[in-house]
Design a binder for this molecule. Structure first.
Ligand code: AHG
Ligand code: MN
Ligand code: MN
Length: 334
């Protein structure tokens, strides 16, 4: 049960027994993410002060320029999870391949793997706009005590045991689920402590916000174009209003609180969409479903998409249930 002034640490301990497997391993994992989040938050807050912004001079595996903070956040999350010997494998949007941890050590009995987008919305750093971190946790499918393989990472989203995000916004929040609803914790920077501020977060069934990069409009599939026109039409509670931050975490967070839909469809430039199934779409889909929302590629439930490669991309429609269903209707009616 949530209580007033409950800290994230207390919440984790109190809810440990509701996890399917109660070895305490998942609690330790969430605790390490909490720790890394605080370190990255400190750095994100300083971004305007020190010469840490700008391109790092490298290109990531998706051919995009890496910003310094991408690299920093990537290193911090990997270091924290590795040093504390919490997981047996990690995959990151910023790494070409997955990382196997202590693969030679038969005593490594860790069961969990983590996938992360260490810094989401990284183009917003230079302009002081919210960014985030997204994480996703699975139980390995190969035997414990052996090196992890690609099979452990290419699991359907429906197999996730936990997922969440950190939003480095006007306040810093950690929002996560272990399959028992979604809870949000706000960092008190003076204390360095996350407090339960948003218990049982849910998307309203209906919303009035649509979030899409309309600059790509001419390249969208006809179903998406028709849905956008529907959003703009004057009828009933429409027109809806448009809000697009360009950071999935921030757009999702606002839509969950206010009611809305986020769309990143296929375009002629990105024929499979832009967002990554494993690092971005699956964790957000798990959170959305746990919060009374929905996530789809227009035709299928995101968490049922069979992954074939680590950096796979997928079209993504996510948010308030009735809005996602309406968008699917437009996609499927052609
Ligand atoms: P990342 O910074 O991890 O590469 O992710 C950016 C993603 C997502 O957060 C955002 O919603 C979307 O890309 C924005 O893309 P456009 O600039 O093409 O709209
Ligand atoms: Mn991202
Ligand atoms: Mn990223």
């Amino acid at each position: 049960m949530s209580q007033k002034n409950q800290t994230l640490g207390e919440f984790i301990i109190e809810n440990q027994s509701s996890f399917k497997y109660t070895s305490g391993e998942l609690s330790r994992l969430i605790n390490s993410i909490r720790l890394a989040a605080k370190v990255v938050n400190h750095e994100v807050n300083k971004a305007g002060l020190v010469d840490i912004i700008g391109n790092y001079g490298e290109t990531n595996v998706q051919g995009e320029d890496q910003q310094k903070l991408d690299v920093y956040a990537n290193d911090k999350f990997i270091q924290t999870l590795t040093n504390r010997n919490i997981v047996c494998g990690i995959a990151s949007e910023e790494e070409d391949d997955f990382i196997s941890i202590n693969s030679q050590d038969e005593n490594n009995q860790n069961k969990y793997i983590v996938l992360i987008d260490p810094l989401d919305g990284s183009t917003n750093i230079d302009v002081n706009v919210s960014v985030g971190t997204i994480f996703s946790v699975y139980r390995r499918v190969t035997p414990v005590g052996t090196p992890v393989t690609i099979k452990d990472f290419l699991q359907k989203g429906s197999q996730q045991v936990a997922a969440g995000y950190i939003i480095y916004g006007t306040s810093t929040m950690l929002v996560y689920t272990t399959g028992h609803g979604v809870n949000g914790f706000t960092l008190n920077p003076a204390m360095g402590t996350f407090y339960l501020s948003h218990p049982d977060m849910t998307f309203p069934d209906e919303g009035k916000i649509y979030s899409v990069n309309e600059g790509n409009y001419v390249h969208f599939p006809q179903g998406i174009k028709n849905y956008i026109k529907y959003c703009q039409m004057e009828e009933g509670d429409r027109p809806y209003t448009s809000r697009y931050i360009g950071s999935l975490v921030s757009d999702f967070h606002r839509n969950m609180i206010k009611g809305g839909i986020y769309l990143y469809p296929t375009t002629s430039k990105d024929p499979n969409g832009k967002l990554r199934l494993l690092y971005e779409c699956n964790p957000m889909a798990f959170l959305a479903e746990q919060a009374n929302g929905k996530a789809s590629d227009g035709f299928r439930r995101i968490m049922e998409v069979e992954p074939t490669e680590l950096h796979q991309r997928v079209p993504f429609i996510c948010g308030s249930k009735n809005m996602v269903e309406k968008a699917e209707e437009f996609m499927q009616s052609l």
